[in-house]
Design a protein around this ligand. Sequence first.
Ligand code: ADP
Ligand code: ADP
Ligand code: MG
Length: 447
Amino acid sequence: MFNKILIANRGEIAVRIIRACREMGIETVAVYSEVDKNALHVQMADEAVCIGGAKSKDSYLNMQNIISATVLTGAQAIHPGFGFLSENSKFARMCSECNIVFIGPDSSIIDNMGNKSKAKEIMDKAGVPIVKGSEGAVNEEDEALKIAKAIKFPVMIKASAGGGGRGIRIVKEEKEFIDSFRSAKSEAKAAFGDDSMYVEKFIENPRHIEFQILADNYGNVIHLGERDCSIQRRNQKVLEEAPCAVMSKELRDKMGNAAINAAKAVGYKNAGTIEFLLDNHGDFYFMEMNTRIQVEHPVTEMVTGIDVIKMQLMIASGEHLTLKQEDVKIKGHSIECRINAENPKKGFAPCPGEIKYLYVPGGPGVRLDSAVYQGYVIPPNYDSMIGKLIVYGKDRKEAIMKMRRALGEFIIEGIDNNIDFQYEILNNQSFCLGDFNTGFIEKEFSK
Ligand code: ADP
Ligand code: ADP
Ligand code: MG
């Protein structure tokens, strides 16, 4: 096992990784930007190195400075967390060239799976069901329109390099197509520096169901069951749960096997997630693979008892996966609410600033993964997600009651936040019945 690792991230995920390391006796190096010098991850790590200015491109995306900090502190590996450099194949390659272990898959796998249109082609060849659409990327608008007409509207235009719900447009009719294509393309260019696009059929009222997989360096692959991430706003997850309220054992086995086959088809290593759309006929389609730890990994941890971050570290250090598929047991129910510094009443506008007062929920079955403390000033430069509230109950009903209780205890003063909005979701009848799809928030909250 490693003696020391560097964490190339910030916020709650950096704190989460430091916690796992401390429990494993691994020393940690935090990196931070100039505005983050008082951040929690900097205070919690054994060492901390400033890597540049507030802008992500000067610090958390500054590969040279991060590699230098790793070499200077003698860290043996880098955990990239999510976002930032976590799905950057060039960075993964740089790490291996410098004899630093990148805690994630090889750069070639990131290349293949990080590009969503390429990943679909690979999955199709491997026999994993995919959403019907363009074969690979399609960059000319006329050609894209031709494909859209062939697969029939409504369609979805998506950025091959997309993530975080950006670079995506739903197009209901032909006359909207060209405008949507152009605007998605320019959004993708600005957000990812890559405006390669693809088109696929829009699946009506699907659930977003994803499978967590673990793969060691020796070809052993298992899945840890599913997460239902259908509660989304603008294609970005808001609340996630495990297991899915409408999952049967048969469907879980079927989708789980498809996820394992997908991972095996690319020689996947480390933790990853296969995202599927599940339609109302029980058919499912591969959507994308995230080749990194995901925001919502805690709900899987709660129902399986497996620490996914520790597994990532063990796999990256070369240990064998000793867990067998039959050892993975799903028990109870877990829900996660993303806590964001934003104002739901003002179009979810981000709200950075000082946390003047903070009271965090506790008690049985309540877990808070966050990076904030009283007096902390949330900088305006990064994502508005400041933490995740996670509960565990013996069944879905208990988990819902527990989440309502925990959200009720949670007090954050000084900044706007989405705690009340999350509470409304937990009180919604369709949500409580498990009767929802990815259109839930738009349907229930846009009145
Ligand atoms: P998850 O599937 O783990 O929920 P999200 O898509 O919500 O992942 O993204 C996790 C975090 O990473 C978010 O903060 C999001 O803004 C960021 N992110 C995701 N993909 C990218 C990307 N390609 N480039 C930059 N940031 C990204
Ligand atoms: P990102 O990389 O931003 O996470 P995804 O490809 O995972 O992008 O899509 C984000 C969300 O958009 C999905 O969770 C789903 O709700 C919706 N979505 C994506 N593709 C389709 C589709 N073909 N039909 C219907 N909804 C889709
Ligand atoms: Mg996704």
